[in-house]
Design a protein around this ligand. Structure first.
Ligand SMILES: [Ca+2]
Ligand SMILES: [Ca+2]
Ligand SMILES: [Ca+2]
Ligand SMILES: [Zn+2]
Ligand SMILES: [Zn+2]
Length: 742
C-alpha cells in the first residue's frame, strides 16, 4: 500500500483533519450493535484476552465496511413537475476495503493510516428514472444505475482507556453525482468527501472489531415532494493484519455440489456444517496458534414464506446455530468460535429456513499473535462459501440448473416455448420454479415425474390444477398435458389459496401473479342454459372464460351426469368411446377454455329449416357413406335413415349451421361431435335441403393446428362439407393456449 499521494501529512495534521470531519459527519450509533455478546465460556487468553490495550499491539488492520442508504418514498411523489403514484426507492451502497498501518502508539491509544478502495453503487428504482451519472471517470448510464471505484484514504484510532475505536474513510478522487430529469436537464453536484465514519465501543474479548448499526428516520421533500424514510445500515469488520505462511480452508461438506436447501428435510438438507481447517504452507512451520474463527454470513436471502405456497415466520433464510464455544450476533448472521489451544480446525453450523434460501459464509481465522487470515473455499476457490453452490450467481442452486439442463439461465427467465405456440412462459420465473411448492407435504423438486415430466421446470410450461373432484378428473389432467404440452400438476385445495394464486409468497425474481385452475365436480349438469352439457368453465367477473387461468373462476364438471348420458347412448347403439374417454375429453376441453382456447365457432345450432325436408330428402335420397367412392375411412358414417325408423325428430338445436361449434378439425378436443347431430345443406340441383346425420365418433386427440375442416367437415369429399372450416380467427387451438396470466 503506497502512502497518500502528494499529501504526506504528518500525524498531527491527519488527526486535526479528522477531528473536523468527525464533528460534521459521525452518526451516533447504538453501542449495543457493535458489542459482541460474551461467549458463555468467557474470553480466552489466547486471542488477546480482555485487556483493551491488546488492540494497541496490532501493527496492521484490514478494514472492510459497507454502508447502505435507502431512501424510500412512502407514496406518490412529484419530481420536476411530474407526478407519480408509484413508490420509489433509491439505494446507495458504499463498500470500502483497505489496510492501515500503525503510525503512532502510546500507553492508552494508537493511530493507524492507510489506503484502499471505495466503491459506490447507486440504484434508483423509481418509475421516473432519476438517471444518475457515475462517479469519477466511470461511464455514464441511463438505466438509473451507476457504479464506480475510487481510491480512498483510511484512518483508524483506538482509545483503550475509554474502550473506543474510530475509523474514517475519505475518497481521494473527486466524485460527482449527476442527475438527469425527465426533460433531459442535467444537474451535477459534488458528493461529500467523507463516506464512512464509525465510532464505537471496543469488543470486550477477541481481536476482531466488527459490528453493524442501523438507523431509520423520516424525511420530507424526498425525490421532490414525497415524504419517506432514510434507512442507513453500516457494517464493518476490522481484522488484525493477514498472514500468508499458512492455508486456511473452508472444507465443503460431502455432496455440497448437489446440495439444495430443504428446511423440512433431514440432516444435511436443512442444516449444514461450515468446516474450517488451517495448514502450514509447504515447507513452513505453523508457529502461531489458532484462537478464533469468525463466521460471517453475507447477503442472506429473506424471501417471504417457506416456498411459493407455504407461510413461514418472518426473518432471514439462514442463520448460524448455537454450539459449544460459539457466540452468536444479532439475527445469528455471525458466529464467533473460540478454538481450543492446539486445534487447527473448527466448524459452525448453518440452518436454512427456505427452499430458495441463499447465503454466503466468509470465515476469518484469528491467531494468538494478533494476525489473521481469511479462509478460502477448498476446490471451489474464492472466499465466500456459497449455500447452495451457485457459480453463476443467480441464486438458483447450480445442481438444479444441471438437473433441468438450463445451466446459466437468468433467475427471471420465463420463456418456455412450444413449437406451434407463440405464448411463451408459464408466469413462473426460473427462480420461482426452483423455489417451488409444497404439494401434499412433498416439495416439487422431490416429486417424481408426472406422466413423464418433472413438475416445475424452465424447460416446459407448467399449470397447476386445484383438484376438488377427489381425483375423478385426474385422467383428464394427464390427457390435457399430452395434448397441450403443458405440464399439468394436480394439487389439493389446501395447497393453494382460494383464488389459486401459485406464487403467493414471492419476492426475488417475481414477474407477476400466476394462478392455477380450480376444477370442481357437480352432481347435475353445471349450466342450466345448456342442460345437456357435462362441463362448464366459469369466468371471473369481468373476464372471459377463454383468457388465462387468472381470469377463470373455476371449471365445473358433472361426472355422474356424463356417465348417465354415455351409458344411455351406448345402450342404444355402439359407439367408439367409453364413459372414461368422454370424461377425460370433457376435462381437457374445459382446461382448454381456462388457458385461452375458444370453440371453433360461436353458434351451436339454430336452423329454421323444417324437419319435414329432412324426412322427405331422406326418403328419396338415402345416402350411404360406405358406398361413396373415394372414402378411405369408415369410422364415421353419414346416416342412412328411413323416416319410419326415426324415433325422434331432429329439433332445431340438433341441426348445425356452419360455421358453428362443430366446424373445423373434428379431432380437436374443442370441437363438438355429438351435437348437433345433423348438418344441413341446400342442394341447388334439387332445390332442396339435404340433411346429413353425424354418428358417434371417437373423442378428440389433439388441440388442432389449423382452422380447416377434417373428416366430414373437409372439403373435397363426395359429400359437401358438413360444418365447414372453423369460424374466422378460430381453430388452430394449439396456438391459442396461454398459461401465463400477465
Ligand atoms: Ca446458479
Ligand atoms: Ca417459467
Ligand atoms: Ca415451467
Ligand atoms: Zn366449451
Ligand atoms: Zn381446435
Amino acid at each position: 500500500m503506497g502512502s497518500l499521494p502528494g499529501r504526506r501529512l504528518r500525524l498531527s495534521q491527519v488527526s486535526r483533519w479528522f477531528l473536523v470531519i468527525l464533528l460534521v459527519c459521525l452518526t451516533p450509533m447504538a453501542p449495543s450493535a457493535a458489542t459482541p455478546q460474551s461467549a458463555g465460556a468467557g474470553p480466552r487468553e489466547g486471542c488477546g484476552g480482555t485487556d483493551l490495550a491488546r488492540f494497541l499491539t496490532v501493527p496492521t488492520w484490514s478494514i472492510r465496511a459497507t454502508e447502505r442508504f435507502e431512501f424510500t418514498a412512502d407514496a406518490g411523489f412529484t419530481t420536476n413537475g411530474v407526478s407519480s403514484r408509484e413508490q420509489r426507492t433509491a439505494l446507495q451502497t458504499v463498500t470500502v476495503e483497505g489496510f492501515v498501518r500503525r503510525v503512532e502508539r502510546d500507553e492508552d491509544s494508537a493511530e493507524w493510516i492507510g489506503e484502499g478502495t471505495l466503491t459506490l453503487v447507486i440504484q434508483d428504482r423509481g418509475s421516473l428514472d432519476g438517471r444518475i451519472k457515475d462517479i469519477g471517470s466511470a461511464t455514464y448510464t441511463t438505466s438509473g444505475r451507476a457504479n464506480g471505484r475510487v481510491r480512498a484514504e483510511f484512518w483508524m484510532a483506538v482509545d483503550a482507556e475509554r474502550g473506543k475505536f474510530e475509523f474514517q474513510v475519505r475518497a481521494l478522487e473527486p466524485i460527482q453525482v449527476m442527475e438527469t430529469n425527465e426533460a433531459g436537464e442535467t444537474t451535477t453536484r459534488p458528493r461529500e468527501a467523507v463516506f464512512l465514519g464509525v465510532r464505537e465501543l471496543l469488543p470486550e474479548s477477541a481481536m476482531l472489531i466488527s459490528g453493524q448499526s442501523a438507523t431509520s428516520k423520516p424525511v420530507s421533500n424526498l425525490f421532490g415532494t414525497a415524504s419517506g424514510h432514510r434507512n442507513e445500515l453500516t457494517e464493518w469488520t476490522l481484522a488484525p493484519g493477514p498472514v500468508d505462511d499458512l492455508d486456511c480452508w473452508i472444507m465443503p461438506f460431502p455432496g455440497y455440489a448437489d446440495w439444495m436447501p430443504n428446511p423440512l428435510g433431514q440432516g444435511l438438507a436443512k442444516e449444514v456444517p461450515v468446516q474450517v481447517e488451517i495448514q502450514p504452507k509447504p515447507g513452513k512451520k505453523l508457529d502461531r496458534s489458532l484462537c478464533q474463527l469468525v463466521f460471517t454470513m453475507v447477503d442472506t436471502s429473506r424471501e417471504p414464506g417457506l416456498c411459493l405456497n407455504k407461510e413461514a415466520p418472518e426473518g432471514l433464510d439462514a442463520e448460524f446455530l448455537p454450539g459449544a464455544g460459539i457466540t452468536l450476533s444479532k439475527q445469528n448472521q455471525r458466529a464467533v468460535l473460540e478454538v481450543a489451544k492446539g486445534k487447527r480446525q473448527g466448524e459452525a453450523r448453518v440452518k436454512l429456513h427456505d427452499f430458495g434460501a441463499w447465503t454466503r459464509v466468509k470465515v476469518l481465522a484469528l491467531f494468538d499473535d494478533g494476525t489473521s487470515r481469511e479462509a478460502e473455499v477448498k476446490t471451489w476457490g474464492g472466499q465466500a462459501f456459497q449455500l447452495p453452490l451457485d457459480t453463476n450467481d443467480n441464486h438458483i442452486a447450480d445442481a438444479w440448473e444441471k438437473e433441468h439442463g438450463v445451466m446459466g439461465l437468468a433467475a427471471t427467465e420465463d420463456d418456455e416455448a412450444v413449437d406451434g405456440n407463440a405464448n411463451q412462459g408459464d408466469g413462473l420465473s426460473a427462480y420461482e420454479e426452483y423455489r417451488g411448492l409444497l404439494l401434499g407435504g412433498t416439495h416439487t423438486r422431490d416429486m417424481a415425474p408426472l406422466n413423464g415430466r418433472k413438475p416445475l421446470s424452465p424447460k416446459h410450461k407448467d399449470l397447476l390444477v386445484v383438484d376438488h373432484t377427489a381425483g375423478v378428473a385426474k385422467p383428464g389432467y394427464a390427457y390435457f398435458q399430452d395434448l397441450s404440452k403443458v405440464t399439468t400438476i394436480p394439487v389439493s385445495p389446501e395447497d393453494l389459496p382460494a383464488d389459486a394464486l401459485v406464487n403467493q409468497h414471492a419476492q426475488y425474481a417475481h414477474l407477476g401473479d400466476q394462478h392455477g385452475v380450480k376444477v370442481k365436480s357437480t352432481a347435475v349438469a353445471p349450466d342450466r342454459t345448456r342442460p345437456t352439457w357435462a362441463g362448464a368453465t366459469v369466468a371471473k367477473s369481468g373476464g372471459k372464460i377463454t383468457e388465462s387461468p387468472g381470469k377463470t373462476e373455476e371449471i365445473l364438471i358433472a361426472p355422474e351426469f356424463l356417465r348417465g348420458q354415455v351409458e344411455a347412448q351406448l345402450a342404444q347403439a355402439p359407439a367408439p368411446y367409453t364413459f372414461a374417454d368422454q370424461l377425460k375429453e370433457t376435462v381437457a376441453h374445459e382446461l382448454g377454455h381456462a388457458v385461452g382456447v375458444p370453440h371453433h365457432g360461436d353458434t351451436h345450432a339454430g336452423s329454421a329449416t323444417s324437419f319435414d325436408y329432412a324426412v322427405k330428402e331422406a326418403a328419396t335420397h338415402p345416402l350411404n357413406a360406405q358406398t361413396l367412392p373415394g372414402w378411405s375411412f369408415f369410422d364415421w358414417k353419414v346416416g342412412v335413415f328411413d323416416p319410419k325408423q326415426l324415433t325422434r325428430q331432429p329439433a332445431d338445436e340438433d341441426i348445425g349451421k356452419s360455421p358453428c361449434e362443430s366446424s373445423g378439425d373434428i379431432h380437436c378436443v374443442m370441437a363438438y361431435r355429438q351435437t348437433p347431430q345433423w348438418a344441413q345443406h341446400y342442394d341447388e340441383r334439387r332445390d332442396k335441403y339435404l340433411f346429413y346425420h353425424v354418428q358417434p365418433f371417437r373423442i378428440g386427440d389433439r388441440f388442432c393446428t389449423s382452422a380447416a375442416g377434417t373428416e366430414w367437415n373437409a372439403s373435397g369429399n363426395a359429400l359437401p362439407s358438413f360444418f365447414g372450416d372453423a369460424l374466422e380467427g378460430r381453430g388452430n387451438c394449439f396456438a391459442k393456449i396461454r398459461v401465463k396470466d400477465f
